[in-house]
Design a protein around this ligand. Structure first.
Ligand code: NAD
Length: 365
């Protein structure tokens, strides 16, 4: 079997290039250990794309993604580009088109807070004792972010704005299958989050999930309104195993979940779609470009490194290498290595820079 792969590497802006450097260092280590190879096509995206080519998603960057087995993405955006019109800004003009172009409809976000890091969570210790391990699945290409019509402008002398929240049955069905299968492989508990007491799109969402539940007898499906889910995530996060929800609700709940877990700097994400036999995906940290800490060497590279682990697992099917990366991260955390965002002042902590964290994880492999 050919174990040579091609990866489009889009580091982007802010801390993106700093944390990407460490992910590639870890990739070097697992390639050597597990005997496979990658061709890495590094291309500008976001603000870097605007500066280099006048576009947040340059044509050549898109072409590199099209011929790759997977995309390893950093993050985009920053204050330099905030004054651009909304549809030219890095996030909207780079990430959303990439999701749409490759039909990356399933966003998987593990919310894991290791036992050693519970002090970094803002929640009281008794609520997260023993750690947290939730998988949040967010529908990523439907709903309000893509729904038409959209409008911002003047009508009858008054400014108005319009977004459309729309779901087709097939869009709900395909994300539901992903969620049921994920729940089946974990504890068998699946909580679907909607707003079926108010929104028609949620009524359809709930109907489709309820109908498909019969195909997965081992999964216990529950439903929860999104406002309650937001509350329950901080009241009793350990009640959840797999959460699934639509695009906008997922955007908000996954950031809340990230904070419950301690730091945005540790949480990866995978945005998956199908391409032939293979799972194609874009893998990126849950956080943004963190301009407040960019260039200081203090960003936490773990989210980027765990995003690489997801890429190895889902797109390259290099399972042993993915396990090794996740194991190395856990062992370095157990040894007390912490970037500044994870520091709590505990006695065994060793505060390290972005590069030192990357080196320690690569060495643990
Ligand atoms: P952010 O996630 O960049 O930062 C929020 C807070 O978390 C900051 O205090 C930051 O320092 C911290 N943080 C984030 N990642 C960290 C890491 N790896 N290590 C340590 N601390 C980390 O969100 P924001 O401040 O709202 O947005 C900043 C920019 O990022 C904006 O331009 C926004 O549009 C963009 N953004 C991009 C993406 C993406 O590329 N997918 C996602 C969200 C925000």
């Amino acid at each position: 079997m050919n174990r040579e792969y091609s990866i489009a590497v889009l580091a982007g802006d802010g801390i993106g290039p700093e944390v990407m450097r460490e992910a590639l260092r870890v990739l070097d280590a697992v390639e050597t250990k597990y005997g496979f190879g990658t061709q890495r096509e590094e291309r500008p995206v976001g603000g870097a794309g605007i500066e280099a080519c006048g576009k947040a998603l340059p044509d050549d960057t898109l072409k590199a993604c099209e011929s790759a087995d997977a995309i390893l993405f950093g993050s985009v955006g920053g204050p330099q580009w905030d004054s651009l019109p909304p549809d030219e800004r890095p996030e909207r003009a780079a990430l959303l088109p990439l999701r749409k172009h490759f039909d990356l409809y399933a966003n998987l976000r593990p919310g894991v807070c290791l036992r050693e890091l519970t002090e970094a969570s803002p929640l009281k210790n008794q609520l997260i004792e023993g750690g947290i391990d939730i998988l949040c699945i967010r529908e990523l290409t439907g709903g309000m972010y893509f729904g038409e019509p959209k409008f911002y402008g003047e009508r009858n002398g008054e400014l108005i704005a319009l977004d459309t929240m729309i779901y087709h049955r097939r869009e709900i069905e395909r994300i539901a299958h992903i969620a049921f299968q994920a729940a089946q492989e974990r504890s068998g508990r699946l909580c679907s989050v909607d707003k079926a007491n108010v929104l028609s799109s949620s009524v359809l969402w709930r109907k489709v999930f309820t109908e498909l539940a019969g195909q997965y007898p081992k999964v216990q499906l529950t439903h929860m309104y999104v406002d309650n889910a937001a509350m329950q995530l901080v009241r009793n996060p350990q009640q959840f195993d797999v959460l699934v929800t639509e695009n906008t609700f997922g955007d908000i709940l996954t950031d809340e979940m990230a904070m419950v877990c301690g730091s945005l700097g540790t949480l990866p994400s995978a945005s998956l779609g199908a391409r032939g036999e293979r799972t194609f995906g874009l893998y990126e940290p849950s956080g943004g470009s963190a301009p407040d800490i960019a260039g200081k060497g203090i960003a936490n590279p773990i989210a980027q490194i765990l995003s690489l682990a997801m890429l190895l697992r889902f797109s390259l099917r290099e399972i042993a290498a993915a396990d090794a990366v996740e194991h190395a991260v856990r062992s370095v955390i157990s040894d007390g290595f912490r970037t500044k965002d994870l520091a709590t002042g505990a006695a065994n902590e060793r505060i390290v820079t972005t590069a030192e964290m990357g080196e320690a994880i690569a060495a643990a492999i």
